[in-house]
Design a protein around this ligand. Structure first.
Ligand code: PMP
Length: 428
């Protein structure tokens, strides 16, 4: 496959956009080479500017769960656009999508829409702090909750007491209020709570981690967090930006049977338009302006095009009783096929999967947290990525990302992918 036009477009982009991209992972920094410029997409396939067709395993990092250019969503957006694209005034559409979300997600009474997952998580943390009147939060190493200052934190020297900024521009003052814990390590969380007794507003977590590859919660881990939060007056925040409307109608809360205090959404809830949301029981949500003292706002929040896309997407999901089974079956089929091929060629690997989230780590030890995720061999990953790309298959250009499976994938696409994995593994 040739990527001449993509290379030209990237060179032009680099002159006027930092790194040529509007979000860093798109730049292929960790796998090398030139990013692919997309012209259009339909169903399970991307079509790039050089005329190549690629099977897409990223799907806009999650939203395109029913495939690209999904007709009901496209039609809803087109029809809505004719009526005006933004008003900064309430619309009936916002109530309609809110009603459906409240019906689908366990334990929430009210939801507020924002424009990205970052905004949802940032606002949820402010709400948690305002509601509990405490300042500190616990987050887990390797979990990503967007690029808001409080989340760009790494383990500091006294990890049990406070974190350190992991990007210039994040102040030490902000970093001291974010405490870093190890994913799947309840004892560690309990120690941090003890060392910061009465000071913690919230624990924020990806209930299935998807930003260190896919890392499932160990048995009892989420239950344990729920109990620790309840015992200590801490709010449990589930970042369901990836898992929401993907693992089940009611997301990870439904899948694992655990109730969080605030839940955050993004990706699928916008049907491919810029949407995020956060939701909770009434008592917490009514703490938000204009009812309550915690301020949060947005000129384009609840934008009619975004709400039309999101509402149509949620309706499609809500009306499809077998969607999540189909997705899990397709992904399990892929897992089994890749597993067989990598074994056949004696590759060291671990595959993690929950429903339609899956990732291949190039290390044979279990991957249960950020430390073990880092064991993965990046040189092998690079070969894997570029080998698959040559075969017309697009996986995330980083070893730390999850693949998002779409229902638009056929079993022929999956068989083709499995064969390609064998071909690539033979060259390692
Ligand atoms: N939370 C999680 C779990 C995410 O995966 C992401 C983005 N990948 C975000 C939050 C941030 O969402 P956005 O990129 O829409 O700001």
């Amino acid at each position: 496959m040739l990527y001449e036009r993509s290379s030209q477009l990237f060179a032009e982009a680099e002159k006027v956009i930092p790194g040529g991209v509007n979000s860093p992972v798109r730049a292929f920094k960790s796998v090398g080479g030139t990013p692919i410029f997309v012209q259009k997409a339909k169903g399970a396939y991307l079509y790039d500017e050089d005329g190549n067709r690629l099977i897409d395993y990223i799907n806009s990092w999650g939203p395109m769960i029913l495939g690209h250019a999904y007709e009901p969503v496209v039609n809803a957006v087109v029809e809505r656009a004719k009526l005006g694209t933004s008003f900064g005034m309430p619309t009936a559409l916002e109530t309609e999508i809110a009603q459906l979300a409240v019906k689908m997600v366990p334990g929430i009474d009210k939801i507020r829409f924002v424009n990205s997952g970052t905004e949802a998580c940032m606002s949820a943390v402010r709400l948690a702090r305002g509601f509990t009147k405490k300042d500190k939060i616990i987050k887990f190493s390797g979990c990503y909750h967007g690029h808001s200052d409080s989340f760009l934190i790494q383990a500091g020297s006294g990890a049990i007491t406070f974190g350190a900024p992991n990007s210039p521009g994040v102040t030490a003052g902000t970093a001291k209020d974010t405490l870093l814990a190890r994913y799947n390590d309840l004892e560690n969380v309990a120690d941090i709570i003890r060392a910061n007794s009465g000071e913690i507003a919230a624990i924020i977590i990806e209930p299935v981690a998807g930003n260190m590859g896919c890392v499932p919660p160990a048995k009892g881990f989420l239950e344990g967090l729920r109990a620790l939060c309840t015992e200590n007056g801490i709010l449990l925040l589930f970042d369901e930006v990836m898992t929401g409307f993907r693992l089940a109608q009611g997301g990870a809360q439904e899948l694992f049977g655990i109730q969080a205090d605030i839940v955050m959404f993004g990706k699928v809830i916008g049907g491919g338009l810029p949407v995020g949301a956060f939701a909770a029981r009434q008592e917490i949500m009514d703490y938000l302006a204009p009812l309550g003292p915690v301020y949060q706002a947005g000129t384009l929040s609840g934008n009619p095009l975004a709400m039309a896309a999101g509402l149509t997407m949620l309706q499609e999901i809500h009306n499809d009783a077998t969607l999540f089974n189909r997705l899990a079956e397709k992904t399990a089929y892929l897992e089994k096929g890749i597993d067989k091929k990598l074994q056949e060629y004696g590759i060291k690997y671990t595959i993690n999967r929950v429903g339609s989230m899956i990732s291949v780590h190039f290390d044979e030890r279990p991957v249960t947290d950020f430390e073990s995720a880092k064991n993965g061999d990046n040189d092998t990953f690079k070969k894997f990525f570029h080998g698959l790309l040559k075969e017309g298959i697009y996986i995330a250009p980083s070893a730390y990302e999850t693949w998002f499976i779409t229902d638009a994938l056929s079993y022929e696409d999956l068989d083709y992918t499995i064969e390609a994995v064998g071909k690539v593994a033979a060259t390692f």
